[in-house]
Design a protein around this ligand. Sequence first.
Ligand code: ATP
Ligand code: GAR
Ligand code: MG
Length: 388
Amino acid sequence: MVKLPQIIMLLGSGELGKEFIIAAQRLGNRTIAVDRYPDAPAMQVADESEVISMLDGDALEAIVQKHQPDIIVPEIEAIRTEKLAEFERRGIKVIPTAKATNYTMNRDRIRELAATQLGLRTARYGYATTLEETIAVCQKIGFPNVIKPVMSSSGKGQSIVTDPTEIERAWDEAIAGSRGDTQKVIIEEFINFEIEITLLTIKQWKGPTLFCDPIGHRQERGDYQESWQPAALSKSQIEQAQMIATKLTDSLGGAGIFGVEFFVTSDEVIFSELSPRPHDTGMVTLISQNLNEFELHLRAILDLPIPAIEQFGPSASAVILAREHSNSIIFDGVDDALGDTDVDLRLFGKPDSRPYRRMGVALAKGDSIQEARLKATKAANLVKIVRH
Ligand SMILES: Nc1ncnc2c1ncn2[C@@H]1O[C@H](COP(=O)(O)OP(=O)(O)OP(=O)(O)O)[C@@H](O)[C@H]1O
Ligand SMILES: NCC(=O)N[C@@H]1O[C@H](COP(=O)([O-])[O-])[C@@H](O)[C@H]1O
Ligand SMILES: [Mg+2]
């Protein structure tokens, strides 16, 4: 028997956390939203909030002592994951598992699990901790390649390197964009994919692993710009992706939704990386499914049934990005954007902006993927972030 309410502590309180808290609140749970800055999106809808550095083990200990959560739900990667392992040993549920948060915080750990332990196809890769090593690995991998810090997300510190003259700049950017003090980069073969997708994979405590229809997406600067569902994949490509996602999520264990990212070429489905939590490109499910990725995450975590995942047809999302630094955010054009049928918006309520910070997302349904993408992009472009 599942007993509600549960006390749920969310570590990371951005746009993804906000929708998760809304789902948790709707089923009557008690929620605590945590992030490094006050008034973060999820804090605006949670019962309580805490502002701490989630990389600080003592600060995590203090808020866990104070709130005594039943469940800890990580929403970002940058968390002191050793501390999560300790909480797990003490009987608090860490979603999906402390191991999964540790593996995915470090690109090298999840890559070793996928490529070495499970033998899955990934881009060819190597690691380096100095500029000299980076040059040597680039020679081995060839050009173009992609250089990324092992610890970063949303494309931070990532560059495509087309020839040897660009290596030094890419190394400098990777080190500058690296989270924490690790000076380690991964150099990956550039995959010239036809499409890249996220396969939302729902791992349940008891029931079978479930999948959403694949989500196609387009990225710029390593960050998502638009996504759509269903992505046009063959039956065999979907089966390959599902098989790979099952192997990975079985190995990480626990319960919850995972965003498993793939590059799809004409003859291969290549694993890229995964998030053990809702995925930014999965925001399209806010309009495209009967249960969105946040509700699915919650149901899986709470061991509630997921009788059916219904997909409503061609749907898309497009991001609304800030252009400049500001701490007084005013959106203009919302009325124009919402004038179309089957168009919706989420404006996240982030208290300040910086160039390229994601401030909102437009959602749309259409008769075709092309129409849904056009509608979402049009709505996103109609929303302007203006000066006070
Ligand atoms: N080896 C590669 N070949 C081709 N494109 C790549 C490669 N690696 C990364 N990219 C491009 O850069 C994007 C971001 O890369 P990746 O997902 O590894 O970064 P990230 O920082 O973890 O992003 P996020 O946290 O938003 O998922 C990919 O979605 C893809 O478009
Ligand atoms: N690709 C990961 C991702 O999309 N994460 C989402 O962005 C927020 C951080 O946004 P911010 O940098 O604008 O604070 C995170 O809290 C999460 O919701
Ligand atoms: Mg990614």
